[in-house]
Design a protein around this ligand. Structure first.
Ligand SMILES: OC[C@H]1O[C@](O)(CO)[C@@H](O)[C@@H]1O
Length: 502
């Protein structure tokens, strides 16, 4: 039964039969393609903004400061409000969209939201054309992108839920890597128009998603929410790949949860109730902290960052490809380990590793660039070590906060507050992503190498926070999740044994 709700399941540790059917796999893969396009957008803009022809065309003042004025303090050479708006505006659009996603999901079901991808395709086609104006609006089509994956945790058998869910993050990292690679090659296109291909390339995954979205099914939960009982049963059977009889227990639990959730008239108000305090706190703090790892400094601005520390054009974009590969490959560690070692272990290990290597990056940059940001010669070994440090930091994020920052929130909400809770997660994530994207270059200019100490400080805090407040959620069916709070040393004061008010 949905955790923290009146009709709590008494079957502690209940096991529902189910296989990883091809249906589950295909559904997860197709849905995860949403991540691909998200990742592409993350990876593409930083590379483009480091390309001279792009800067000359749209940001000539930045170009002059960066390329021509050799006396410039290195920390500040890219600091420009409009340049960061070019990247951050995407996440502002996504923020607005994530508010509507909850409503659309309830009205149209999960499939309705997938089908809204045509909006995306349309916007992407216009994207490249619009690029000839000063600040490309970037299109508000991020509408549903961040939302959709959350709707699927119940489709995976709970013992594999972690690994399957992380396919979404994996696809984000693939998207980022592809974008890095595209930038690396387009920068050399003759005539200086390479950036057009980079930005226009986003249409490819958009088209893929449009066509594949047509085959995505609704989840059983979503069908139940809209009253299609028999269809929901058939879908659950298909997804689990077992007989009618074997899904009976799970179906009845889903049904009861769904009926209970229909009684809920005010999910937003409910979320503020005391026994949902742990959920609310996690919904805000997990995405908040995920972005305060500073990961998007590397993901968005790696080429700009590498140029800042003295790399040439090719080396900057090449190094971004390397961080992209590391990010992608390390996500497999999480896919392998999350259901084996648990969420807490990965969070804690990843946090400690990020803390150490962010400190090293800060120390290393500070050592050569000091407070003035003036530097004359940078030996090759220095550059290599710095890239290695950044890669070790990225790998830690990629097997911890990256995937788990989505996975854990997707599995802790009981059905009756799920859409409201997940709306908060997506909104906080997008808001923080926007802030980091918008403020990074200016913070680098003012805090200098201390910026990496700033992020390391938050990584320290979030690691302690996880240690103290996040219960282990591996191998717990979503319907039984409330017990992890009831058994937690702190949250048990908020989540009583039986809760009746909805
Ligand atoms: O792989 C790195 C990417 O992962 C995310 O945290 C999303 O989970 C993005 O904000 C980041 O750019």
């Amino acid at each position: 039964m949905a955790g923290g709700f009146g009709i709590e399941s008494s079957k502690k540790g209940v096991e529902y039969p189910g296989k990883v059917t091809s249906y589950v796999l295909v559904t997860c893969i197709v849905a995860a393609m949403g991540g691909l396009i998200f990742g592409y957008d993350i990876g593409i803009s930083g590379g483009v903004t480091s390309m001279a022809p792009f800067l000359i065309k749209f940001f000539p003042s930045v170009y002059h400061k960066e390329a021509l004025d050799k006396s410039t303090n290195q920390y500040c050479k890219f600091d420009n409000f409009y340049l960061t708006m070019f990247t951050s505006s995407l996440y502002l659009a996504a923020l607005v969209a994530s508010f509507f996603a909850s409503w659309v999901t309830r009205k149209l079901g999960t499939k309705g939201i997938h089908d809204a991808w045509w909006v995306d395709l349309f916007c992407r086609s216009s994207h490249q054309c619009l690029c000839s104006s000063h600040l490309d609006a970037h299109c508000g089509s991020h509408f549903v992108r961040y939302w959709r994956w959350f709707l699927h945790p119940e489709m995976a058998p709970y013992k594999h839920r972690g690994s399957l869910n992380i396919v979404f993050q994996l696809s984000i990292t693939i998207g980022i890597f592809v974008a890095n690679l595209v930038n690396y090659f387009t920068q050399n296109i003759k005539g200086g128009e390479g950036w057009r291909y980079s930005l226009g390339g986003a249409m490819v995954p958009a088209a893929f998603i449009f066509f594949s979205a047509l085959c995505l099914p609704n989840t059983p939960n979503s069908m139940l929410e809209r009253g299609d009982k028999e269809k929901a049963r058939a879908m659950l059977r298909r997804i689990r790949g077992v007989s009618d009889k074997e899904i009976e227990a799970e179906f009845n639990d889903l049904l009861a949860a769904s009926e209970a959730s229909k009684l809920v008239k005010h999910p937003w108000r409910n979320l503020r109730k005391r026994h949902y305090r742990p959920h609310l706190v996690m919904a805000v703090l997990i995405p908040f902290f995920q972005q305060l790892t500073g990961i998007n400094v590397v993901m968005f601005y790696a080429p700009v960052l590498f140029k800042t520390i003295g790399f040439g054009d090719n080396a900057s974009l090449g190094s971004a490809v390397i961080t992209g590969i590391v990010n992608m490959m390390s996500t497999f560690v999480s896919i392998y380990g999350t259901d084996k070692w648990g969420r807490r272990f990965l969070f804690l290990e990843g946090g400690i590793q990020m803390f150490i290597f962010q400190g090293l990056v800060a120390g290393f940059i500070g050592w050569k660039f000091g407070l003035t940001g003036q530097v004359t010669d940078l030996p090759k070994w220095y550059a290599i070590i710095l890239v290695v440090f950044i890669c070790v930091y990225v790998s830690a994020f990629a097997w911890s906060w990256g995937p788990l920052g989505w996975l854990v929130p997707s599995e802790i909400f009981p059905l009756e507050i799920r859409s409201a809770g997940q709306s908060i997660v997506a909104s906080v994530n997008m808001f923080m992503t926007f802030l980091v994207a918008q403020l990074f270059l200016s913070m680098l200019c003012h805090l200098k190498f201390g910026l990496f100490i700033f992020f390391a400080f938050f990584v320290g805090i979030m690691t302690v926070y996880i240690h103290l407040f996040l219960p282990e959620t591996k191998n717990i069916p979503i319907e039984e999740m409330s017990r992890v709070w009831r058994e937690h040393w702190f949250w048990k004061h908020y989540v009583p044994e039986v809760t009746t008010d909805v």
